[in-house]
Design a protein around this ligand. Structure first.
Ligand SMILES: NC(=O)c1ccc[n+]([C@@H]2O[C@H](COP(=O)([O-])OP(=O)(O)OC[C@H]3O[C@@H](n4cnc5c(N)ncnc54)[C@H](O)[C@@H]3O)[C@@H](O)[C@H]2O)c1
Length: 274
């Protein structure tokens, strides 16, 4: 395993949607830094392979097949986590999908499917993680994967923005509930910009007509959207998640960690003639 400072040594982390992209990088990074990691995902094959990689490198991890929208599965996942590692300290509610389509063309079924994973899944993650963290009695860190689409509008992503904006404020309200309860649990949201992960190849663009029914090339977006001029990597997001997971962020709750190469700064000046 690569260089480690043991930033989350001895902690127990649960990462949803952990088999791919940002979730995968979070699992590898938290394991590298000393956490025992419970990887959950609907993609059993990728999840098992990831756990084999972590264990082969000397880390601690286990995989559980989980659809985050299935409430009955949540108590089983929490019980398996506590049985294997004794407690839960870190939750990364990361599982999510994106559906790109003008809102008038979006079907109610797609709206509901996206809400179910991106919002219901986050609600269930938090609802079942908090009692486990309270049982352990050592506080905890809950990290909810939002997006810059949860901070500002984006044409074609209205439904997605609704879910990610919901996650942003959900984090703040739960942060306050935990503060009131004095349980030592911190709750923060992370807002990636345009990140190079497999999600871009999976985004259903629906029956939205010309210009909306082709695969999206994130590199093409990066050229005009990102002030720093390049795509973010899953590792860029995992590094932020590591910080929020660790005690280095012990005075942070209810805040938004934006990792976007500067997109949220504003509009880049263009050279005349371009
Ligand atoms: N890639 C980006 O540019 C970007 C930008 C902003 C926010 N995000 C957010 O980051 C998160 C991770 O995205 P990613 O880019 O790594 O995508 P990804 O597709 O590579 O990974 C998402 C993972 O979630 C899993 N998943 C999907 N539905 C699930 C369900 N019902 N239950 C459990 N697992 C499920 C998938 O199997 C997959 O392993 C998402 O919430 C996404 O909205 C991504």
């Amino acid at each position: 395993m690569a260089e480690t400072n043991g930033q989350v040594k001895g902690k127990v982390a649960l990462v949803t949607g952990g088999a791919s992209g940002i979730g995968e990088a979070c699992c590898l990074t938290l394991a590298r830094e000393g956490a025992s990691v419970v990887v959950t995902d609907v993609d059993t094959s990728r999840g098992k392979t990831l756990v084999e990689t972590i264990v082969a490198a000397g880390g601690k991890a286990m995989f559980l097949t989980q659809d985050v929208t299935d409430e009955d599965r949540w108590p089983e996942v929490i019980a398996a986590t506590e049985k294997a590692y004794g407690r839960l300290d870190i939750l990364v509610a990361n599982a999510g999908i994106g559906i790109l389509v003008p809102i008038i063309d979006m079907t109610l079924a797609d709206w509901r499917r996206q809400n179910a994973i991106n919002l219901d899944g986050v609600f269930l993650s938090v609802k079942y993680a908090i009692p486990a963290m309270r049982r352990a009695g050592n506080g905890g860190s809950i990290i909810l994967m939002s997006s810059i689409a949860g901070l500002r509008g984006s044409a074609g992503l209205a439904g997605y923005s609704a879910t990610k904006g919901g996650v942003r404020l959900f984090a703040k309200s739960v942060a306050l509930e935990c503060a009131v309860a004095k349980d030592g649990i911190r709750v923060n949201s992370v807002h990636p910009g345009v990140i190079d992960t497999p999600i871009w190849g999976k985004i259903p663009t629906g029956a939205a007509g010309a210009g909306h029914n082709r695969a999206i090339d994130p590199r093409e977006r990066a050229l005009w959207m990102i002030p720093l001029g390049e795509l973010g990597s899953a590792q860029d997001i995992a590094d932020g998640v590591l910080f929020l997971s660790s005690d280095f962020s012990k005075h942070m709750t209810g805040t938004e960690l934006v990792i976007d190469g500067g997109i949220m700064c504003g509009v880049m000046p263009r050279k005349t003639g371009e």
